[in-house]
Design a protein around this ligand. Structure first.
Ligand code: DNO
Length: 354
């Protein structure tokens, strides 16, 4: 595996490449052109400039998170052709710049959903949290407003204010889309992009829906082992793979995380590893990475990755806000650095005992 940290670019991130370079064992960043809109064609020169900046700091680009998918592709609207062509152009430009892993998601309207961005934990840290009760009581149009006050002035991935202003329109676009249509639209998209992925050896890594169930009545399909195996089979190409995100699949306590990793052997192209602490099945908060701070056995997750020969990029995921840091919720420096060190420690121990 290759330990990495997510980085949003010098214009948007409070964390610098120099700081990332000093986290022991972190060799690369997972980054993006954060100011591009879903559906836009990425210019090769911009990717090249980003790559140069990262390399000058002594790091490498280990992959892209995310190249976002335009809603027309997810809903199967006629304009999807143009957006898929753009996506293919972007993949080609990434391949030409020697970038071989792309994380994306196929979630309607909202990317990941949390109902609190700064819940205070017993140790005084603040974390992202979710309660089903809060979602059930909320008008989806107010979802963004309800959390916007806690973003520390940052734009959060998947929650771009321009998109959130159009929530009503977005909901209307998905009116006719159920799980089966979403599967069919995903299949169509994947079949169209696989040739360019094969040409440039680009691993596509779909991110799970977070939480792993339907919110606000919208369809959600990347939620469990059965569905993800269906997705692998429907476009059976090694480049059609997954981002194994323990914190997202883990929202559903019925998902056996190490078991899923084993079932997906060879198709896990990227891993997000973090812990959750459940107060009840419908109420969880994002704990520290350490097993004993949350509900998951992080050793077993890392062991499953090791035993299935995982060799792709991995990153600590959402960190707590600690030591007075002000950053994008989930994406500060300190707790993610602790997470990276801990995961590296688990990996070293596993390697030495196997
Ligand atoms: C949240 C992230 C997601 C993820 C996308 C992938 O913090 O895990 O926004 O990057 O769903 O496209």
């Amino acid at each position: 595996m290759e330990m990495t940290l997510r980085w949003y670019g010098s214009e948007f991130d409070t964390v610098t490449l120099r700081q990332i370079r000093q986290i022991p064992g972190v060799k690369g960043v997972i980054t993006t052109l954060y100011d591009t809109a879903p559906g836009e064609l990425w210019k090769r020169e911009r990717i090249h400039a980003l790559k140069r900046e990262v390399e000058e700091a002594g790091l490498k680009i280990s992959g892209i998170e995310s190249v976002n998918i335009h809603d027309a592709i997810k809903t199967g609207a006629p304009e999807r052709e143009e957006y898929i062509d753009n996506y293919i152009g972007t993949l080609k430009a990434l391949g030409e710049e020697d970038i071989h892993m792309v994380c994306y998601n196929f979630m309607p309207v909202f990317d990941w959903t949390r109902t609190e961005l700064a819940r205070v934990r017993p140790d005084g840290s603040t974390v992202l949290a979710y309660t089903q009760k809060a979602v059930d009581e909320l008008d989806p149009e107010r979802m963004f407003e309800s959390i916007a006050g806690d973003t520390n002035g940052t734009v959060m991935p998947g929650w771009e204010p321009e998109r959130m202003q159009k929530v009503k329109e977005l909901f209307a676009m998905y009116k006719e889309v159920d799980d089966e249509k979403l599967f069919a639209n995903l299949k169509y998209f994947l079949e169209r992009i696989m040739p360019v992925c094969n040409e440039y050896d680009i691993n596509m890594a779909i991110h799970p829906d977070d939480p792993a169930w339907s919110v606000f009545g919208l369809p959600r399909i990347i939620i469990n082992q059965k569905n993800i195996l269906r997705m692998m089979k429907m476009v059976d190409d090694p480049h059609n793979g997954v981002t194994f995100c323990s914190g997202s699949y883990g929202t559903n306590l019925e998902n056996d995380l190490p078991g899923m990793i084993r079932a997906l052997k060879g198709r896990v192209h990227f891993a997000h590893v973090r812990n959750l602490k459940f107060n009840s099945p419908g109420d969880f908060e994002e704990a520290a990475h350490l097993s004993s701070d949350g509900s998951f056995d992080m050793y077993e997750i890392m062991l499953a990755l090791y035993e299935t020969g995982f060799s792709g990029p991995i990153r600590p995921d959402h960190g707590r806000m600690i030591w007075g840091e002000k950053a994008m919720p989930g994406y500060g420096l300190y707790d993610r650095a602790l997470g990276a060190a801990y995961l590296n420690g688990l990996w070293e121990a596993i390697e030495k005992t196997h």
